[in-house]
Design a protein around this ligand. Sequence first.
Ligand code: NAD
Length: 301
Amino acid sequence: MNSLKLIDGKAASARVLQQVRVDVAALVLQGIQPVLAVILVGEDPASQVYVRNKILRAEEAGIHSLEYRLPADAGQAEVLDLIARLNADASVNGILLQLPLPAHIEETRALQAIAPGKDVDGFHSENVGGLSQGRRVLTPCTPSGCMQLLTDTLGDLTGKHAVVIGRSNIVGKPMAALLLQAHCSVTVVHSRSSNAQELCRQADIVVAAVGRPRMIDASWLKEGCVVIDVGINRIEENGRSRLVGDVDFDSALPIVSAITPVPGGVGPMTIAFLMKNTVTAAVQQAQAQRSLSEAPCLSTY
Ligand code: NAD
């Protein structure tokens, strides 16, 4: 395998997390301890693993975490009450509501209840709107991580033609908005597109966020394009269970100039950007209370 073509998400996320650690240490010196509250409703096994990983990464970065576990039969009011308490608690900087929620809880209503300034997932409509207007808001973690991988790989993205496959609220749409902000020409294709493959073949950058194992093979790709594979699909193969992306990696590799593997590509970036968003939220909340202009390492927030 040509490892020169591999975009190493583990290494890139380690760099982001190292910067987060430095920033947290600087904040702590100023008496500001970033705190992330994580809410898990129910006992979904995958969600439990995600929450555990998020809390571990937070602690490693020096961010304090608070874990709130509600039973699967917790009502909408109970979830909203908890969010309201965390919104009002000035010591909490970020609130993450682990998805999916049990079916009886209205996801949009719960996400909209989170104060936009503490919405470290970037799902609140105020943050979504701000992103589409190009304002500096908390942006969804997975697309932010993809942008970091793209700029690490390509530098300036101006003028590139990017095709995003998938239009979900958490990946496809914010990804398209971020690429547009970076001055790409952006095409979004989805399940109802009649010519997705043809459009994709014209792309300099392909971001696949579909949730279909190995759907995108070499026939979708232009020679020399860069591929970011967001998909995480568990399949059974040769009698064992494994994770694969939306892109057929072996088929794509000879064509692309760079590609993310699954696992080890986008996945680690998502958690790293959750930590970065928590620090951003902490800085913005502190700035709202007092001027932090004397803190040079925080100037990018
Ligand atoms: P989703 O199901 O909400 O959206 C999938 C999108 O794919 C839809 O917009 C749909 O229109 C489009 N689609 C479906 N079939 C298509 C087809 N044949 N051609 C073109 N488009 C098609 O999924 P999501 O939440 O956006 O997640 C997508 C994938 O990314 C999943 O595999 C998910 O597990 C993964 N994911 C990974 C991370 C990470 O941290 N790496 C984070 C979020 C999601």
